[in-house]
Design a protein around this ligand. Structure first.
Ligand code: ADP
Length: 827
């Protein structure tokens, strides 16, 4: 039953509930998981919400004058899975631990971590090859700051975009690239329907109001100077970007708030400007199916799946960043291409390197867990294994014929953490190879390394030995051959005698417990030795835990180097992956230029060619700033126009990320932006009609394209009546060739054959192409070859026939078509 007093104001008489309420009031927006022995309990309203979300039993604690207190609990050892479930359902969870030893009075408790969709660290919930970002935005008068941080890896990036009429589009472009799990805003933004609307367009994005947003934004400069121990933020590019700094400061404050200050793994902030990379707007990313398919929103069948054969999680995440941020500097692209080339030639080294990469764990996520204080001894072992494998990789790379700068840099940072006297060696010397899961259980530190620990072990050695030999001694003394000495957590050590032998039990045995078949006893001597062992073991466990924490602190002093190693490993992983695919799939090295010409010989679509059972038909492309600026492509549905145009966009994109390309020869001039606008796709969820979506996206292209851009326009003007459609498509094509600022290289597919006349009007810019068709007597055969000139028929009725539309309908359409084509006869 609902309490008449608002829950947050209720007073309780028991000290524990008073403590609960005191803490709960500090975290009103979180479900508070309150540690009680081996359980985390949810109380009051939290219990109602949590029990429903977790599908667990809601119980009640009768508490005298406090009434019944609803509660629901989850066992502490299985908590991660429950927390993940709550967070997935959009809740924020505050984890409240017992922080003092049980003794007199109530145990002290405090919140040690807040888990939210963007700050979850549970390994099983995170996807290895994907970042999990939290976003923060700051809206100023003339600019918008947008920051992204992944607390599970320490990655922190920020940018600033101008505040224009289309700032929502700019925000969308960024969040589609980063795909954050959560966004935090201040009160003003949270109450601004336009901003909230722009953010909530992405249905999976949780948007939260963070009360301390403004305070952290205001103190951003001090926060970062302290975190990075620097006097100026100039080297981070943040000194002159007010909104970027605010967004980043608030986000950093949020991470500190959720992790309770433990964010030493955020070692840098990267300020990027979208013009440093080939810009890919939200609809281009979606239409090119770079990260997921349009139809199933699944990675299967996407471009990334096709080129991701990385062996490590770090490599997988970096590859996604490369695809998000294709390079615009020729030298940088060529550096990557040169290494890919080298790895293609050095096949045996490449394969050995990839085999070592396969054995590596995720350095970035291990380091993050160490930094926020949730690591296990296994993290240290996995770090050691990974650093040793990195050392092998770095040695293998010294054998290549020509060592590029990248390898030398990788070698330097890897040796700093994996050689003699390194952190890897320290872990090796201190931690046993197969440690327990819980660092507080003992048994994780090797013997013979720490004198103090060895002395403690020696101190209880005699007592342990005495207990170990007790079974044999007592069997001989009592004549009970089945007598056993055992240990359990509840009773400690005991002597067990089975029922038939009970009459032989000596009188000094004191009975402790009866089981079905036996009785359990203790003796005064056993008790004394047990006490010595248990107390000694307790001291040992505490010391081992202390040594474990000290080792973590030492590892954390190398955090910058470890992150450098992670980046080098990720880079090598991506480049060997490119080489592997290029070698197997017959990709070639593109020539990168800046003269404005794109020429592809026998280009293929990387995804479609792999999906097809039959052979894929390659095609050539010539695009330039002269008479091949806009290629107008006609041809019936299903003839291969979309595949062709997307393959050109993907080949250009691949060249810009330093990947070899599916073609026989390719010369690619640098582009500044790639726009892909395709098909009529409704966005009813966004409240926009097909035609409106089409026009919003077209407007964006026409306002942002430059002469260095690549535009793919697939069937524009489709969502309206024929004459409206033709007129709009016509005017768009004309705009792109007559406006010198906007003369982007363009592939323009249309089913409006009327547009073919544009070639005659603009022979210096436009060329007509069509998809070749072989006409057989009953149906057209698609050849998937692009050839010069305009298409003659649209074959729509033939396609309808192929699709199984009844003969009656197709015959009638043929008649009607004849009439429409000779209008005077229809009058
Ligand atoms: P359109 O855009 O002209 O309607 P699509 O580009 O969607 O046609 O292509 C239709 C189908 O034809 C594709 O799904 C693919 O299976 C096949 N196809 C397209 N291009 C080729 C090609 N070059 N080689 C082989 N098959 C192709």
């Amino acid at each position: 039953m609902q309490s008449p007093t608002p829950e947050a104001e209720r007073e309780f008489s028991t000290p524990m509930m008073q403590q609960f309420m005191h803490i709960k009031r500090q975290y009103p927006d979180c479900l508070l998981l309150f540690r009680l022995g081996d359980f985390y309990e949810l109380f009051l309203d939290d219990a109602l919400v949590g029990a429903k979300a977790l599908d667990i039993i809601l119980t009640k604690r009768p508490r005298g004058k406090d009434g019944d207190i609803p509660m629901a609990g989850v066992p502490f050892h299985a908590a991660d899975a429950y927390i993940a479930k709550l967070v997935k359902a959009g809740h924020k969870v505050a984890i409240c631990e017992q922080v003092s030893e049980p003794g007199k009075g109530i145990v002290e408790r405090e919140v040690v971590r807040i888990v939210t969709p963007g700050t979850i660290l549970d390994e099983k919930t995170l996807t290895a090859k994907e970042h999990n970002y939290t976003m923060s935005i700051s809206i100023g008068d003339s600019s918008v700051g947008i920051a992204f941080a992944d607390v599970s890896t320490g990655d922190f990036q920020v940018t600033e975009v101008p505040y224009t009429e289309q700032f929502e589009q700019a925000i969308a472009n960024e969040y589609v690239r980063f795909s954050p799990a959560e966004c935090i805003v201040n009160e003003t933004s949270y109450n601004d329907p336009r901003i909230l609307g722009a953010l909530r367009k992405e249905r999976s994005l949780n948007v939260y109001y963070f009360p301390e947003w403004d305070t952290h934004a205001k103190n951003a400069e001090q926060l970062f100077k302290k975190q990075f121990n620097v006097k100026t933020l100039r080297s981070f590019g943040l000194h002159d970007k007010d909104q970027a700094l605010k967004a980043a400061g608030a986000l950093f404050g949020y991470l500190s708030h959720t992790q309770k200050q433990k964010v030493s793994h955020v070692t840098t902030v990267r300020t990027y400007a979208s013009d440093e990379y080939v810009s890919l707007d939200a609809s281009t990313i979606s239409n090119l199916e770079l990260f997921k398919t349009i139809r199933d929103a699944d990675e299967r069948g996407s471009f990334i799946e096709c080129i991701d054969e990385t062996k490590t999680a770090m490599g997988g995440r970096l590859l996604k960043q490369w695809v998000r941020e294709p390079l615009r500097v020729k030298k940088h692209i060529e550096e990557r291409l040169a290494v890919v080339d080298l790895f293609i030639q050095e096949r045996s080294i490449r394969q050995k390197v990839r085999a070592r990469l396969q054995t590596m764990y995720d350095i970035e996520r291990i380091v993050s867990r160490l930094a926020v204080g949730i690591s296990t001894p296994h993290d240290l072992i996995n770090l050691k294994v990974t650093l040793n494998a990195a050392k092998d990789v770095s040695e293998l790379l010294t054998d290549v014929s020509k060592v590029p700068a990248l390898f030398a840099e990788a070698h330097a940072s890897i040796s700093a953490v994996s050689g003699p006297h390194s952190i890897a060696e320290k872990i090796q010397s201190l931690i046993v190879d197969q440690p327990p899961f819980d660092a507080k259980e003992g048994g994780l530190i090797k013997r013979g390394v720490v004198t103090e620990l060895d002395a403690l072990h020696d101190g209880i050695f005699d007592s342990k030995q005495w207990i170990a030999n007790l079974e044999q001694r007592e069997r001989e003394r009592t004549g009970i051959s089945s007598l056993k000495v055992r240990f359990n957590n509840v009773f400690g050590y005991y002597i067990e005698v089975s029922k038939p032998n009970l009459d032989m039990v000596p009188k000094e045995y004191v009975r402790k417990q009866t089981t079905v078949n036996a009785e359990r006893f203790i003796t005064a001597d056993l008790h004394e030795y047990e006490d010595k062992v248990l107390r000694g073991q307790d001291v040992i466990n505490k010391l081992e835990y202390k040594l474990f924490l000290e080792l973590i602190d030492e590892v954390l002093t190398h955090i910058v180097k470890l992150k450098e190693v992670a980046t080098h490993i990720a880079t090598i992983d991506c480049l060997t992956c490119f080489a592997e695919i290029a070698d197997r799939e017959r990709y070639i090295k593109p020539t990168i230029t800046s003269d404005g010409d794109i020429s592809i010989f026998d280009g293929r679509h990387p995804v479609v060619e792999r999906l097809k059972d039959t052979s894929f038909v390659p095609n050539d492309t010539t695009l330039d700033a002269r008479d091949n600026q806009l290629l107008l492509i006609t041809g019936p549905n299903m003839a291969g126009k979309s595949v062709y145009m997307r393959q050109v966009a993907l080949i250009v994109l691949m060249a810009h990320i330093g990947c070899f390309v599916p073609a026989r020869r390719a010369t690619i001039s640098l582009v500044d932006r790639i726009f892909v606008r395709s098909g009529a796709s409704d966005s009813i969820g966004r409240g926009l009609s097909t035609f409106m979506v089409e026009m919003v996206e077209t407007a964006y292209i026409l306002n942002h394209a430059t002469k260095d851009s690549l535009i793919i326009m697939d069937e524009i003007g489709r969502g309206t009546s024929t004459y409206d459609g033709i007129s709009i498509a016509w005017a768009i094509a004309e705009y792109l060739v007559t406006n010198p600022e906007r003369r982007a290289k363009t592939l323009f597919a249309t089913h409006y054959h009327e547009l073919q006349d544009l070639e005659k009007q603009y022979p210096d810019h436009i060329k007509n192409y069509h998809m070749a068709i072989e006409e057989t007597h009953d149906s057209p055969v698609f050849l998937y070859r692009i050839i010069r000139g305009g298409a003659r028929g649209s074959y729509a009725i033939a396609v309808a026939k192929l699709a199984g539309v009844p003969d009656e309908v197709t015959k009638r359409s043929t008649e009607l078509l004849k009439q429409f084509n000779t209008p005077e006869q229809t009058k």
